[in-house]
Design a binder for this molecule. Structure first.
Ligand code: NAD
Length: 314
């Protein structure tokens, strides 16, 4: 993919653009105003600087990455002649459909159009498109330039298999771990598993089984520690399926199976205790400790990124 247009340069768009530029594609980031683009530029600069500090890339590679990046508020400039256009606008179906219509008016039949949607099925995204066979979902995780997984959703019998192959190979060249879903399913895979875990964490918290801090410690110092290197299914092979089955017989009937998000979450929203941005969520923050939380998170992610890169040989 020599030339890539990114539509929407927010939280996810700037990271996806950075990743492709770091791997030698000419990337044009589009957004609706200069302010959004300046913010994206500064986020990319900070992210690349942190990678230089951790010796993940050199200063020269940082400079080179910016040579592969351009920023525009002119839609046509972003998508003209692109081999792939990645849509990363807010999660509103009508907005996404409008953007696809604009893209299809300007690009060749061969251009790949991919979406980073969190939850809208591909079958809804392709409604009204001229060439549905070139649409796919490439679902990244924030920060997109660091977290290796990309979930790919295609439509059996509709999506062009050669295009799929090209995108898969391209993502691997970018150091990613892409996986392809065999069927469409709401939430794809990672968010389904994440929400299953969150449902139980919320139940434990609501029923005062342990403090927020202790619930977080349990995950960070047990499952989280393992899961970087050992997935849940291969982990069961090590533990033995018999044990897992017997534990399941005891635990499945008593696990939380509520069908709506827990009531206390709505109360937190109503009280504006929504986390870092209101300085209170499950924990309390000051301006400094909130900034420190993000700094430490980014720093730790880069350490794991280095380790994972080494393990994957990328
Ligand atoms: N934030 C996450 O962690 C995350 C993770 C995975 C997937 N996603 C998905 O990625 C997509 C983007 O999410 P985000 O978090 O980056 O949102 P965001 O709000 O940070 O960024 C969206 C950007 O799109 C721009 N925009 C708005 N209207 C536009 C238009 N008509 N044309 C072009 N650009 C426009 C905005 O100015 C903004 O810069 C959503 O579909 C979201 O569900 C988000």
């Amino acid at each position: 993919m020599k030339k890539i247009g990114i539509i929407g340069s927010g939280v996810m768009g700037h990271g996806i653009g950075q990743l492709y530029a770091q791997h030698g594609s000419f990337v044009t980031l589009y957004d609706i105003n200069e302010e959004a683009l300046n913010h994206a530029k500064s986020m990319i600069n900070d992210s690349l600087s942190a990678m230089v500090e951790k010796s993940i890339i050199t200063e020269a590679e940082k400079v080179k990455t910016f040579e592969f990046l351009s920023f525009t508020t002119d839609f046509a400039t972003a998508v003209m002649d692109a081999d792939m256009v990645v849509e990363v606008v807010p999660e509103v179906l009508e907005l996404k459909l409008k953007v696809y219509h604009q893209i299809e008016e300007l690009v060749s039949e061969k251009t790949v159009i991919s979406s980073n949607t969190s939850a809208i099925p591909l079958s809804e995204l392709v409604q009204g498109s001229k060439h549905p066979e070139r649409f796919i979902i490439t679902h990244y995780f924030a920060p997109a330039q660091i977290i290796p997984l990309v979930e790919i959703i295609q439509l059996n019998g509709l999506t062009d298999p050669q295009l799929m192959e090209n995108v898969l190979n391209f993502l691997k060249l970018c150091g990613k771990s892409p996986i392809v879903l065999k069927k469409e399913v709401p939430g794809f895979i990672a968010n389904r598993m994440q929400m299953a875990l969150m449902r139980e964490a919320f139940w434990l918290y609501e029923n005062e089984i342990a403090s927020a801090e202790d619930i977080d410690t349990v995950i960070k110092d047990s499952l989280g520690f393992r899961y970087v290197f050992l997935g849940p299914l291969e982990g069961q092979d090590i533990a033995g399926i018999g044990t897992t089955y017997n534990v399941g017989l005891k635990l499945f009937p008593v696990l939380d199976d509520t069908k709506t998000p827990h009531k206390f979450l709505k109360e937190m929203i109503d009280k504006n205790t929504v986390g870092l941005r209101s300085k209170k969520g499950f924990y309390e923050y000051t301006e400094e400790s909130a900034a420190e939380k993000i700094r430490t998170r980014n720093d730790n992610f880069l350490e794991v990124f280095k380790l994972r890169k080494k393990q994957l040989g990328k």
